[in-house]
Design a protein around this ligand. Structure first.
Ligand code: ZN
Length: 492
């Protein structure tokens, strides 16, 4: 009997020991507060930061605000030179304002009358060959070598659909019609807007105006296109179609570098051996800056995208600060995500801690909107699955905490938005590091001035934060680091 009691006692003690390893501490959970999330987000997404666009002084101001919060919470600086900052240079290319375009010597003001959808340096003075409806072009027999060609953009799709942002509309037009004409030797394309395109003109132009950004050596560091693509309004069609119109264009590309910055802070783990390893939380500072007016406002505040995650990271930092884990935690709020995941590409190739010691990346992108009980996590379905252990932990954490109904569509390899490729976990996942992306998915205010602090569901944001914290706590305290799926290979 005694033996049995002793056995039971030991067994229970073991059980409670193993549970205490993974049980999320109440002290940490209590440190995650709606009041902090709200106060932080109203400040971080304030109008004074003018939408924190990548490659502007406002992004740097936003980053400085984050760094100051890191300092006040007590995170140890882990950027360059013992600071919270890791600066990097971006190469930017854009159409210079001195560029000119005219049809029949009538000058078309850049962006309002003519939009340059594909940048290429050019000096053109040639007649325009009008091809009619894009869908009626006889691509097999047409001869456009050395010519400037125009056609009506009538793809029969609705670009205002939320799942088809304007830059993808442009891509679709080029993939379906434009690129074939370029392959046949056309030296410039003029796309004549249809009604659908007119509806999204203002938004599309903002995307084209920005130009491209890339890190040195990246695919968009230099402009490689040689054929410019112009959009003109439907009202220009008559002149182009009837008069054998003449295009004169002098397109000048500006190329310069501009700094962006990652904000990096750590909380040291309590275990002498495991504290050399890191759990990485990831967000991004930049949003879309000042753009075309929507309902009287032109500041694209980026409260959900991605202020929601940045303030969640501050809340989790408070939680880990209160009750540190065995492994260390590194918080990286990346710069320049919206222009090509540049901050995460930079940090993953210039890590300030040994990259092999990063055991998992928990990235968030937009976690404060939509119905209170729904959410998604990407990285659970092959080929996006990086770690079976991590997949198990994130699902357990959901069951222990918020019990969200999880969307499974957006993680699929055949989902048309390919989101797994569009946020900061990607460069880490490509290195085989166990990685997840948390999100509450799209909403009609995405990338508009209505993505502001007033439209966030703070109760839901708190639940999402707790979910990320609970997952992180498991990762940071487990005896073994999460496994890595062997031969991990993404579909693109
Ligand atoms: Zn984002």
């Amino acid at each position: 009997m005694k033996k049995l009691l002793l056995f039971l006692f030991c067994h229970l003690a073991l059980l409670s020991f193993s549970q205490s390893v993974v049980k999320t501490p109440t002290a940490g959970l209590d440190a995650i507060k709606v009041t902090d999330l709200k106060k932080d987000l109203y400040e971080h997404a304030d109008a004074s930061f003018k939408g924190r666009a990548a490659g502007t002084i406002n992004e740097l101001k936003g980053a400085a605000w984050v760094a100051e919060r890191f300092r006040s919470i007590g995170l140890k600086p882990a950027g360059d030179n013992d600071s919270y900052f890791q600066f990097f240079d971006m190469w930017r290319n854009r159409v210079a304002a001195t560029s000119t375009v005219s049809i029949n010597d009538r000058s078309l003001p850049l962006w309002s009358e003519v939009a340059i959808a594909q940048m290429a340096p050019a000096s053109i003075d040639q007649p325009i060959v009008y091809l009619g409806k894009a869908s009626a072009i006889d691509f097999k027999n047409i001869d456009v070598k050395g010519k400037v060609v125009a056609f009506d953009a009538v793809p029969g799709i609705t670009p205002t659909n939320i799942s088809l942002p304007t830059w993808r509309y442009q891509r679709l037009m080029m993939n379906t019609y434009g690129n074939a004409l370029i392959e046949k030797g056309a030296i410039a394309l003029v796309l004549i807007a249809d009604n659908d395109t007119e509806n999204v003109w203002a938004d599309a132009v903002e995307n084209f105006k920005v130009g491209t950004y890339d890190l040195e050596g990246g695919p968009r560091e230099k402009v490689t296109a040689t054929v410019p693509v112009f959009w003109v309004h439907a009202s220009a069609k008559k002149e182009i179609a009837e008069n054998n119109a003449q295009l004169k264009a002098n397109i000048i590309i500006e190329r310069f570098t501009y700094p962006s910055v990652n904000i990096v802070g750590t909380i040291k783990g309590t275990d002498p051996a495991l504290s050399k390893e890191y759990l990485l939380y990831s967000g991004h500072t930049d949003a879309h800056g000042i753009r075309n007016v929507v309902d009287g406002d032109s500041i694209y505040y980026g409260a959900d995208d991605n202020g929601s995650v940045n303030v969640a990271m501050l809340a989790m930092a408070r939680a880990f600060q209160k009750k540190p884990s065995k492994r260390s935690v590194i918080f990286v709020i990346h710069g320049a995500e919206e222009v090509g995941l540049l901050g995460s590409r930079w940090f993953s190739s210039h890590p300030t801690v040994p990259i092999e010691n990063i055991v998992a990346v928990l990235n968030g992108d937009m976690i404060g909107r939509n119905t209170p009980d729904s959410a998604a996590v990407l990285g659970l379905q092959a080929p996006h699955l990086t770690s079976n252990d991590l997949a198990k932990m994130v699902l357990e954490a959901n069951e222990e905490g918020p019990k969200f109904k999880l969307d499974t569509q957006w993680d699929r390899a055949d989902h048309p938005e390919f989101w797994f490729f569009r946020s900061d976990h990607l460069p880490y996942a490509r290195l085989g590091i166990p990685s997840l992306m948390y999100t509450t998915l799209l909403h009609p205010d995405y990338h508009t001035p209505k993505d502001n602090a007033a439209n966030i569901d703070y109760t839901k944001l708190k639940k999402m934060t707790e979910w990320m914290y609970r997952t992180g706590w498991k990762v940071a305290n487990a005896a073994q680091r999460p496994d890595r799926v062997p031969n991990f290979k993404l579909e693109r």
